[in-house]
Ligand binder design. Structure first.
Ligand code: ZN
Length: 419
């Protein structure tokens, strides 16, 4: 059984913060499909459409019949551990700093045999295991063998903690604590074991409900933060930037207008100022400090979470300017992801369907509850996933968008009834 993670000791301020060394990141174009599936939490392998062979490692043609008709399909990962090796030496700097490291050979029930990382709770071979794909610190997929049954404290395995962004013992900034979503996120992060949660408050004189409940939690501190004000963002980054391990940017402005429903650009500008420029200001102020602390002990800086929307993929005309601002934020988050990847920091994008909040009052159900969104966010951090589509509506629209983006555009234009 994995030993439960202990609260990390206080940092010695005299010592230099260790710099991150990343594991080997080079992958061929074909193998990136494995990474793309792992980024959404799936383990997929190539399956030959002609002879049905499942193959690993990824190739351009079927290893059995040379057909190039290969499809990526989700796998259960069931298999048998054939051999196990514990590495005590490595010339690679990343692994050298994290030895010992367990590797093994697994014969998957689907056919292929794969060299995989092995979770600490997996016993000696022969042994039933379940292989899953996870993103490593470079954001590339690697395979891990897990025990076939869940064990306590599995997430505390040192190797797995390197691949995930578990909030346990970490310090988190949630950029807006006034919304129902923000408050649900704070509660979920505290429940997940976060050491400290700073909760941003714009316009502190406006006091919506729920704030007292949050401040009663010993881990929570309210901090002034207005993402539309560069000075406010920089001041907060100067105060806590060097301590934040996870940034959760949930600050958003949402108004239900298209183009014709309003004159002028005031509302659209305000949405862009929070949803797009707010992210830009936060990323410029907090990004460098996160990158500098990516290897700072077991609770090192690890993740940046953005609250986007499924409307970032295709415009929902009744909320047209909001959709456009979220599309802009999605594009910027991809830039942030590319820039933070070099330091091993993960950018997690949330694409919920309509939330059950005041701005979606006139939309028919199903709508996603703030608590469900918060739970999905914590789970994504624990699993180290990059793109999250929480709830049935988001899942269904994602599927339609994948199938044919033009059809989804027309459906959303017709009112967006996801039926
Ligand atoms: Zn084949």
């Amino acid at each position: 059984m994995t030993a439960p993670l202990q609260r990390p000791p206080r940092k010695n301020p005299v010592l230099r913060t260790p710099q991150i060394n990343l594991p080997p990141a080079a992958r061929g174009r074909t193998a990136l499909a494995l990474t793309a599936a792992a980024a959404e939490g799936r383990f997929e392998l190539q399956v030959c459409s002609d002879c049905g062979t499942v193959q690993y490692p990824p190739r351009d043609a079927c290893c059995r019949c040379l057909s190039d008709a290969l499809r990526w399909r989700a796998q259960s990962g069931e298999g048998e551990l054939l051999s196990l090796t514990t590495l005590h030496h490595s010339n690679d700097l990343f692994f050298r700093e994290r030895l010992p490291w367990r590797l093994g050979l697994v014969r998957l029930a689907a056919g292929p045999t794969a060299m995989v990382h092995v979770h600490g709770d997996v016993g000696a071979p022969p042994q039933r295991v379940r292989v899953g794909a996870r993103l490593d610190r470079t954001g590339q997929a690697v395979l891990i063998a897990f025990p076939s049954h869940l064990e306590p404290h599995m997430a505390d395995d040192p190797m797995l903690r390197e691949m995930s962004c578990d909030p346990k013992f970490r310090k988190v900034l949630v950029t807006d604590g006034k919304t129902a979503v923000g408050q649900a996120l704070v509660r979920a992060l505290v429940k997940a074991g976060a050491e400290l949660v700073w909760v941003g408050q714009a316009e502190p004189w406006k006091q919506p409900g729920g704030q007292e409940e949050l401040t009663a939690l010993p881990q929570v501190s309210l901090v002034p933060l207005d993402v539309t004000d560069g000075r406010s963002v920089q001041t907060l980054a100067g105060q806590i930037g060097g301590k934040v391990d996870i940034v959760v940017n949930n600050a958003e402005l949402h108004r239900g207008f298209g183009i014709a429903a309003r004159r002028g650009t005031d509302v659209a500008r305000a949405e862009m100022d929070v949803n797009y420029f707010g992210l830009l200001r936060l990323a410029q102020a907090f990004g460098p400090a996160l990158q500098g602390r990516a290897a700072d002990g077991v609770a090192h800086a690890c993740a940046w979470v953005n609250l986007l929307s499924i409307y970032a993929l295709a415009n929902f005309p009744p909320h047209g300017t909001f959709s456009a601002s979220k599309a802009a934020a999605l594009s910027l988050s991809q830039c942030l992801r590319a820039e933070l990847r070099g330091a091993g920091i993960r950018v997690v994008n949330l694409f919920p369907g309509p939330l059950d909040d005041e701005w979606n009052q006139n939309l028919p159900p199903p709508k996603l509850s703030p608590a469900a969104l918060a739970a999905a966010t914590v789970q994504a951090l624990r699993d180290g996933i990059e793109d999250v589509y929480p709830g049935d509506v988001a899942q269904e629209w994602l599927e339609r968008w994948r199938e044919n983006p033009k059809v989804l555009e027309r459906e959303l234009a017709a009112g967006g009834a996801a039926s």
